[in-house]
Design a binder for this molecule. Sequence first.
Ligand SMILES: Cc1cc2nc3c(=O)[nH]c(=O)nc-3n(C[C@H](O)[C@H](O)[C@H](O)COP(=O)(O)OP(=O)(O)OC[C@H]3O[C@@H](n4cnc5c(N)ncnc54)[C@H](O)[C@@H]3O)c2cc1C
Length: 303
Amino acid sequence: MGFKNFIINLAPTSLVQVFANPYVAGDSIEKAISTAKGFWDKRKICSTIDLLGEEIENDEEVDYTVGVYSRLIDALGEQEFATISLKPTQLGSHRSTEHCQNVIEGIVAHAEKYGTKVTLDMEDHTLTDMTLEIFRNIKQDHPTFGTVIQSRLFRTDEDIKSLAGLNARIRHCIGIYNEPKDIAMQHKSEMKKKLLEQVEVLFKEGHYPEIGTHDKAVLDEAINIAERLNMKKDQYEVQMLMGVPMGDYQDQLIKNGICVRLYVPFAEKWVYATAYAKRRLAANPAMAIYIAKNLVQKITGKK
Ligand SMILES: Cc1cc2nc3c(=O)[nH]c(=O)nc-3n(C[C@H](O)[C@H](O)[C@H](O)COP(=O)(O)OP(=O)(O)OC[C@H]3O[C@@H](n4cnc5c(N)ncnc54)[C@H](O)[C@@H]3O)c2cc1C
């Protein structure tokens, strides 16, 4: 664990909550939907709404999570501005791949009745095989189901080959989880170079890439690749996290006819949001420094 992550892990939950506020839509389905609807009504920005929570290892909490997704889907109804994102470790991966697949398929089938698309997020490397297996199996009967790949993992070129012919919605990102050096790149510049190479392959193989990054240079280059390959603007999209301040750039993309989708997470119980919030803070050096200063002040009693 790096020093930055060490400091963030020490931070009191209340402090994390204050700084994570820009990254989280609120503590209810209503707040999540009104945030997403606000993005759409004001700026024509789409959303993917995510119930925060991961590493759930008991059936009651899985049932609770399924219930929240079910209420979210009904409350969204038929609409054009939001998809839904979810994770295997909030939906039964602790039991078995088959069980998790059944749980997720239930949610996907429910969402499909309203025309709402669902994306299966990618967690750390211990879940990659399971996530892709569940994705492939559910995709057969639910064509709009999508998933995520991570350019930092050495295996991803092979994973892309294994998705050939599926014409899938695939969010492509560098990956947020620190992974061991025998299986993953360690430098962001390498991960981003690879991401661009792989976006080109995704286009050529007929997938719908959802390019998930806040790096303008990477996005500009991905759009150049799309144009060089004569892709239409409805054959890909750009995704960013709510809370990362890139509004002007997003508005410019939308003006140019490119779909921009924000990740809009919410949690009915803050405890489920903590791991996500800490990862976001670790990606934001300015906030990490502020937390470090605040901790030192608390420890030394100095203002
Ligand atoms: C919509 C979406 C969904 C994602 N889903 C997954 C997933 O399923 N699995 C997974 O492993 N990863 C996921 N990620 C995370 C992704 O893999 C990266 O870790 C994350 O996007 C940061 O990488 P970057 O490409 O933006 O580059 P970076 O170099 O990290 O960021 C580029 C610039 O963006 C700004 N920035 C980035 N993050 C923040 C922040 N939190 N606060 C303020 N500024 C910031 C900074 O200015 C930074 O210099 C997702 C990302 C997005 C946008």
